[in-house]
Ligand binder design. Structure first.
Ligand SMILES: NC(=O)C1=CN([C@@H]2O[C@H](COP(=O)(O)OP(=O)(O)OC[C@H]3O[C@@H](n4cnc5c(N)ncnc54)[C@H](OP(=O)(O)O)[C@@H]3O)[C@@H](O)[C@H]2O)[C@@H](O)CC1
Ligand SMILES: Nc1ncnc2c1ncn2[C@@H]1O[C@H](COP(=O)(O)OP(=O)(O)O)[C@@H](O)[C@H]1O
Ligand SMILES: [K+]
Length: 504
């Protein structure tokens, strides 16, 4: 899986390479500029066909240095280039200063003021990249940038990050200021976490990652990619070899969520799936189910009896289960048998008065699948800082929140959203439904229930919770993308065969 870096990890990789003597900062900066120009011309071939006009906004650090390189390269292609600098050239770090001086031999460096007015073909945002450490206060500059960018024909190219966005958290660091936006963001060496978190991906427009000659490393968190097909296919054997998932369902008229979860578990390859519902709801469920089996479960005693069959090796509680003491008792009974279990929706919310009661009972085989609202009920202190405007970068992120929650809960947490985070005590991974994996059709009722079912099905197949959660998330988004507009949650399990066949 590709790795997503924090600003600090990126700096460590750069310094290690420079200290080893394998590369200089100047060479890295030159390649960054070259990569950015190449990425822009490849995305917008009309810009490659003849010379155009560019305005380049350079900041006081090395991001600004990249901007000077881009200015020089475009001028070399015959472009008319206007360069504006925020701050004093004397304060630029050495590599940026060197590139400033090279540019100064070609054209003027204007002072960046709020009064920039222009309508170029390309605006290059090289104000701040990974070094943004304080709130972004340049309101006039962002307004000028937005003004220049207005209109169909103008393209905004952001170097590393649209300025003002925190590259660690994907959060906007300019409270009260209209956020910057780009049409294309070019990241150097590796994508940063902020390219896949919060609102930043939308602000980035498209994302291109360019090589600047640094070695791959194990630093960072994984960006979830396609799961290996061999772990998802069936290789002969008996249905019990693929496990038996038990999904708990709600009462009369409340069974849809659990039925979708059950169908998801079966489609993803659990050998057998049984839905357990109160006696009064048996008939309506029987009318809606074929391959999914049905059993009666009126209360926690019934559940304990059902669980005496230890072939039921993965459980799912939450979708449509109802809120309150009855559900809490069921969750305790399910956790006591120490089998892999997904706790979703009502199974989490039922503990909002006393989350510790839940945490005390959790074990390593559990996957909690909250969306942000549910997360805030179980981990109010970890969610609260995400609602406040960050004061400095690198800012606290959803990734940080999910990791801390996983540590506290002692299990795997899957924090849902367009940026889904999967974390346990050892690892974290991020699935970004952005760029070429956008799946906005997942914003539909019941999408989360099917995801819970997908995870449960993989747990029944004996996959470990972290793999089950990451693979299910990827498949879930792929089903949505494969279906496209018009998607409703029932469609998700029905798309799995196609998605799985393509992976095979
Ligand atoms: N190192 C390399 O070799 C390579 C680096 N590369 C490029 O460098 C970028 C990282 O460079 P960077 O670390 O210099 O950070 P950058 O984003 O330019 O900003 C730092 C400057 O902004 C200032 N500042 C911060 N916040 C502020 C605020 N709110 N308002 C006002 N000022 C603020 C801060 O001031 P300070 O906090 O130090 O006082 C400092 O002057 C990276 O994104 C990539 O583009 C590539 O070329 C590859 C090779
Ligand atoms: N805009 C979006 N882009 C990508 N994925 C999304 C988007 N909105 C929601 N999702 C995904 O859809 C699912 C919704 O789950 P949830 O909020 O629990 O819905 P429900 O409770 O209706 O089942 C999650 O997996 C979430 O990651
Ligand atoms: K930038």
């Amino acid at each position: 899986m590709p790795r997503l870096l924090s600003a600090e990890e990126m700096r460590e990789i750069e310094s290690a390479a420079m200290d080893s003597g394998s590369v200089t900062g100047r060479a890295l900066m030159e390649r960054a500029g070259q990569g950015a120009v190449a990425a822009a011309l490849s995305r917008w071939p009309d810009l490659a066909s003849r010379a155009h006009r560019a305005v380049i906004l350079c900041g006081p650090g090395n991001n600004g240095g990249d901007g000077f390189v881009v200015a020089r390269l475009l001028a070399g292609r015959g472009w008319e280039v206007r360069v504006l600098l925020m701050g004093d050239p004397a304060g630029l770090p050495p590599d940026a200063r060197a590139n400033h001086d090279l540019w100064a031999g070609i054209g003027p460096v204007e002072e960046m003021t709020q009064a920039v007015r222009d309508k170029p073909d390309l605006v290059v945002d090289a104000i701040f990249g990974t070094g943004l450490s304080r709130p972004f206060e340049a309101e006039g500059i962002t307004a000028a940038l937005a003004d220049m960018a207005e209109g169909e024909a103008v393209r905004v190219l952001a170097l590393d990050m649209p300025s003002g966005w925190c590259s660690d958290s994907g959060r906007w660091l300019g409270e009260g200021i209209t956020p910057t936006r780009a049409n294309l963001t070019v990241a150097f060496h590796a994508a940063k976490r902020g390219h896949y978190l919060g609102d930043a991906p939308e602000a980035c427009g498209a994302l291109a990652v360019v090589e600047i000659g640094l070695d791959e490393s194990e630093a960072g968190v994984s960006l979830v990619s396609a799961p290996p097909a061999r772990r998802l296919m069936k290789q002969g054997g008996h249905k019990y070899g693929y496990g038996h998932a038990l999904i708990l369902g709600g009462g009369v008229g409340k069974g849809g969520a659990a039925r979708m979860a059950a169908r998801g578990a079966l489609r993803i390859g659990a050998g057998l799936v049984t839905l357990a519902v109160p006696g009064a709801a048996l008939q309506e469920n029987a009318a809606r189910l074929d391959a999914v089996m049905l059993t009666r479960m009126n209360d926690v005693r019934d559940l304990a009896e059902i669980l005496e069959d230890d072939r039921l090796n993965a459980l799912c509680l939450g979708p449509g289960l109802g809120h309150g003491g009855g559900t809490r008792a069921l969750v305790h009974a399910a956790l006591e048998v120490e089998r892999p279990v997904v706790l979703d929706a009502d199974a989490m919310t039922s503990f909002e008065e006393d989350p510790e009661e839940l945490f005390d009972a959790l074990h390593l085989g559990v996957v909690l699948t909250p969306h942000m609202g549910e997360f805030a009920r179980l981990f109010p202190d970890l969610a609260a800082p995400l609602k406040e405007s960050p004061e400095a970068g690198p800012a606290y992120s959803r990734l940080d929140a999910a990791r801390l929650a996983a540590e506290r809960a002692g299990c795997t947490i899957l924090l849902k959203g367009p940026d889904t985070i999967i974390a346990n005590a050892e690892s974290a991974a991020l699935h970004g439904a952005f760029y070429d994996r956008a799946a906005p059709w997942l914003a539909t009722a019941g999408a989360g229930d099917t995801l819970a079912g997908f995870i449960t099905g993989l747990l029944a197949r004996d996959d470990d919770p972290f793999f089950a959660a990451t693979a299910a998330t990827w498949l879930h988004a792929d089903c949505a993308r494969d279906f496209g507009p018009g998607l409703i949650a029932e469609d998700l399990p029905e798309r799995l065969p196609r998605v799985l066949a393509r992976l095979a």
